[in-house]
Design a protein around this ligand. Structure first.
Ligand SMILES: [Mg+2]
Length: 265
């Protein structure tokens, strides 16, 4: 995740209220743009809405968890149901055509839920506390996502991971994915993480050793292009919680998982 590009909901609303971004915010996919003639939604109410959406509650260890009966869980279940039906059909067609079907999953808030971090820090972001949180490798699953990974594998679909986490976070990410049961293809050939110091040659349009200018969309779509063009897979579906996970092509279908807690451009 880019720290500079990751816009926490609270920080954004505060900046808008302060006037710095008023009327100048860029329109974002699926989001309305604040303007000078409309008071933004109240931040206190928004936080309450988000708590209700996730059914957020602290467990016995004081860790904020989402409820499996929450609206969030229901929304995920409907995405999962549609995705399973599609993967089954698309995998059959691809195999029939002699193609190698693949699916791509983002990691943060697509497989590993960061709700405890977001709630604890009131939906703000700090590189140090975030890195500590990731390195604990103890995030719970996004409901249904590990099962979806396993389902794709069972249908003969190659599973890849495409994440903005850095190479330095690889062992924690892999450990955490194993822990939640997304224990499929967790090797370096399938888990693509950001290597700013030594970017792969297929990202040469925006990154060379020592120079990284890739946007999230360039990084993620460039990685999918590599999976299709260089590795020879047909990406039938791409799963992410941010539009920047999904834009830029190289997937037959995209599935947007809900995440109202931050925006990554
Ligand atoms: Mg994500």
């Amino acid at each position: 995740m880019h720290k500079s590009l990751r816009i926490a909901a609270v920080a954004t609303v505060c900046a808008v209220a302060g006037g710095a971004l008023y009327g100048a915010g860029a329109a974002t996919a699926g989001q309305s743009t604040a303007n000078s003639t409309h008071e933004p939604y109240n931040i206190g109410l928004l936080v309450k809405d988000i708590d209700t959406y996730y059914g957020t509650a602290a467990d016995a260890n004081g860790v904020y968890q989402a409820s499996p009966t929450s609206p969030y869980a229901k929304d995920l279940a409907s995405v999962d149901k549609a995705a399973r039906k599609y993967i089954d059909q698309a995998a059959r067609k691809a195999h029939h055509r002699g193609e190698k079907p693949a699916v791509v999953f983002d990691i943060d808030d697509t497989l590993l839920l960061s709700l405890d971090y977001e709630k604890r820090y009131n939906y703000t972001y700090n590189a140090t506390t975030w890195a500590d949180y990731v390195n604990r490798a103890d995030r719970p699953a996004v409901f249904g996502s590990p099962e979806l990974v396993q389902y794709a594998e069972k249908k003969g679909v190659e599973v890849f991971y495409n994440s903005g986490l850095s190479e330095a976070q690889r062992s924690a990410a892999v450990e955490n994915l194993k822990k939640i049961g997304a224990d499929v293809n967790l090797d370096t050939d399938h888990v693509f993480l950001k290597d700013k110091a030594n970017p792969p040659s297929y990202l040469s349009a925006c990154a060379t050793p020592g120079t990284w200018t890739c946007t999230t969309v360039q990084y993620k779509s460039g990685t999918r292009a590599h999976i299709e063009k260089d590795l020879g897979y047909e990406i039938i579906a791409n799963f992410g919680d941010q539009y920047s996970d999904l834009d830029g092509g190289y997937a037959d279908r995209t599935y947007k998982l809900p995440n109202p807690t931050y925006f990554v451009s």
